[in-house]
Design a protein around this ligand. Structure first.
Ligand code: SF4
Length: 264
């Protein structure tokens, strides 16, 4: 029996969670795995590069419009059969993003059996603020493994450190740190050190390469549009590492002074 992986990728907004999630999804699909990506970011752009640039309706928008939601309305097949779902965001000033994610997933479970049939489910979760709302998918048992994406700059590391603090609070182990490079000096060294000091390890160093942006602009993943590129190899290796990962640690967040020292 294959083990079903249910992972979440957390990290500061704008750090590249969606492109990492979609490229990992595509790389796993290339290997023949059944993959679903559930975008929980209000921007709903987790799946756009798996669907040739097409936007799909979000579950929360449909529910708000009073639609009697069916499986085919919200699960859209993209690159190599990756099932794409977008949760959408709350109404500004009213709803709670975390609560929205739970409502959306409950709806999904009701209308589709797909969640049980996947080898890998990736939740692409916003994570600037690690309030109770954003860790809801973990609390509800939807997610089994948490990964944190960061670059070597102070702010993304600050967010990553905070996420680790939040994970430890709710007794959820961390499976690894991923660095999405912004080409700052000593970046790999800084993030490797950060990962080891919180008790974890660096799973991948994704170089900053224009090809990622170019593919995204055209509405494709790197795996689809530039499968022979250097960065595609990195995503492939990361995807394999995630599928094989069977260890995790309770992260020990650093104090702010140490974090600042690390990024100097
Ligand atoms: S509780 Fe958290 S998820 Fe909910 S609205 Fe506030 S910040 Fe957002």
């Amino acid at each position: 029996m294959t083990i079903q992986k249910r992972i979440a990728i957390y990290g500061k907004g704008g750090i590249g969670k969606s492109s990492t999630a979609s490229n990992v999804a595509a790389a796993c699909a290339d290997e023949g795995y059944k993959v679903m990506i559930i975008g929980c970011d209000p921007k709903s752009d987790s799946s756009i590069t798996l669907l040739g640039g097409k936007r799909i309706p979000t579950i929360l928008d449909l529910l708000r419009d009073g639609v009697d939601v069916k499986e085919e309305d919200v699960i859209h097949e993209g690159y190599k059969g990756v099932k794409c779902v977008e949760v959408g965001g709350p109404e500004p000033g009213i709803g709670c993003a975390g609560r929205g994610i739970i409502v959306a997933i409950q709806t999904l479970k009701k209308i589709s059996k797909s969640l049980n049939e996947m080898d890998l489910i990736i939740y692409d979760v916003p994570g600037d603020i690690v309030c109770g709302g954003f860790v809801a998918p973990i609390r509800k048992g939807l997610v089994k493994e948490a990964y944190v994406l960061t670059s070597g700059e102070y702010m993304p590391l600050y967010a990553a450190n905070n996420i680790c603090r939040g994970l430890a609070k709710i007794n959820t182990p961390l499976s690894g740190i991923i660095c999405n490079s912004r080409s700052v000096s000593r970046e790999e060294e800084i993030v490797t050190k950060f990962a080891s000091e919180i008790g974890s390890e660096l799973m991948a160093f994704i170089p900053k390469e224009q090809i990622v942006q170019d593919c995204e602009r055209d509405g494709f993943s790197v795996m689809e549009k530039a499968p022979d590129s250097n960065v595609a190899k990195v995503y492939r290796k990361l995807a394999q590492a995630i599928m094989e990962r069977d260890s995790s640690v309770m992260p020990e967040a650093l104090d702010d002074e140490r974090l600042r020292e690390l990024t100097k």
